[in-house]
Design a protein around this ligand. Structure first.
Ligand SMILES: *Cc1c(COP(=O)(O)O)cnc(C)c1O
Length: 371
């Protein structure tokens, strides 16, 4: 840190991304990317002629991708906002809707970036604990006390609120914006997009990074009433109006046109999720009923950190959190069925090892007692 950095940023705790190993030999189940390639249409969209056009600025109004998304989600272009990943949207939304004069409310266990953005924009954070079973009590968010940010389904728990619960939160906060982060909604939960026509304080955020297999393209979008969208555009045009690059915009348009392909891949992932959860439960793991492309798992015989380290030694990356309340747990991205079989085989080997070690400990203790 230099002595020039503004004092207000010196204590900022940046977000720690999951490991992004750059050599290819890892089985990456740690950052919830898709195990499948983008749709063939996406690959065909990036032509040499389009690459040659990189000398030109992209459309700052993102008209073509907005029109494509508007048709797909049955809204108007004026209801749509696009930015460089949904992280970029979250940043602008925290900048716009909370601050020194307005608190930010979000669950204590959730996407780690919410706390970073609240801090960055000097909002007071109210981190609301989950219930012991990791569910969210929607009534904790019904008091119109500040800007609300909820991942639905939540990460890393995988658990979702119902649309009725979301609506109860939105309708009981007329004085504040409620942001619903639907990064994982395509894997089985209900979207709140339909409520945006009814509530002027609802901002729904989605991403191309998970279900549309475009994490590397950095595309996120939000749907809300036109006034909220105009607020976000105001800040985007005050920071970086060209934040969406030409190639990613093309990839995004092609991805929206390939709806069938993505629905099939989401279905594949949901099937593999059910299979993986069954095998893990048979092995004695606790597995939350996830509606996402990851599982949140725990085994009483096996500290979360140990499983993470042992799998890493075998070339498999999963996500471990050091946060006290979830340190026994790990988050595992759903890959392809063959990838999950590799993962499950290694998990079984680690468990076998731990059980054997425990048994020989027991035996040693017993022999000792007999002496
Ligand atoms: C992955 C994720 C994001 C970030 O998505 P990008 O569009 O890649 O920036 C946002 N929110 C949640 C809950 C996520 O899991």
């Amino acid at each position: 840190m230099s002595r020039f950095l503004r004092e207000s940023y010196q204590r900022l705790q940046p977000y720690t991304p999951g490991e992004q190993a750059q050599d290819k030999r890892w089985l990456k189940l740690n950052t919830n990317e898709s195990p499948y390639p983008p749709a063939p249409q996406v690959i065909a969209a990036i032509t040499p002629a389009e690459i040659a056009d990189l000398r030109l600025y992209p459309d700052p109004d993102v008209r073509r991708l907005k029109a494509a998304l508007a048709a797909a989600y049955q809204v108007k272009s004026e209801n749509l906002f696009l930015a460089n990943g949904s992280d970029d949207i979250l940043n602008l939304a925290f900048m716009a809707f909370c601050g020194p004069d307005k608190a930010a409310l979000y669950p204590e266990i959730s996407y780690g970036f919410y706390a970073v953005y609240a801090d960055l924009h000097q909002a007071q954070s109210r981190q609301i604990p989950l219930r012991a079973d990791f569910t969210i009590d929607y009534r904790d968010y019904c008091h119109d006390e500040g800007f609300i940010c909820l991942a639905n389904p939540n990460a890393p728990t995988g658990l979702a609120l119902s649309l009725e619960e979301i609506e109860a939160i939105v309708s009981s906060n007329p004085g504040h914006v409620v942001l619903i982060d639907e990064a994982y909604v395509d894997f089985g939960a209900e979207s709140a997009i339909g409520l945006t026509a009814k509530y002027e304080n609802l901002l729904v955020v989605q991403t191309f990074s998970k279900s549309r297999a475009l994490a590397g393209a950095r595309l996120g979008f939000a749907i809300a009433n036109p006034a909220l969208i105009a607020d976000l555009e105001r800040l985007r045009f005050a920071t970086n109006p060209y934040s969406l690059n030409r190639l990613s915009l093309l990839a995004g348009e092609a991805a929206v046109s390939a709806d069938t392909y993505y629905r099939e891949r989401c279905r594949d992932i949901m099937e593999t999720r059910a299979y993986t959860a069954d095998v893990l439960q048979a092995l004695g793991f606790t597995v939350t009923p996830s509606l996402t492309n990851f599982l949140f798992i725990q085994n009483a015989l096996l500290p979360g950190e140990t499983l993470y380290q042992q799998l890493k030694a075998d070339g498999i990356l999963i996500r471990h959190f050091s946060t006290e309340k979830i340190t026994d747990y790990n988050r595992v991205t759903i890959g392809t069925r063959p990838q999950m079989d590799v993962f499950l085989e290694k998990v079984q080997a680690v468990l076998h090892h731990v059980k054997n070690a425990n048994q020989s400990d027991e035996r040693r203790k017993n022999t000792h007692d007999q002496c």
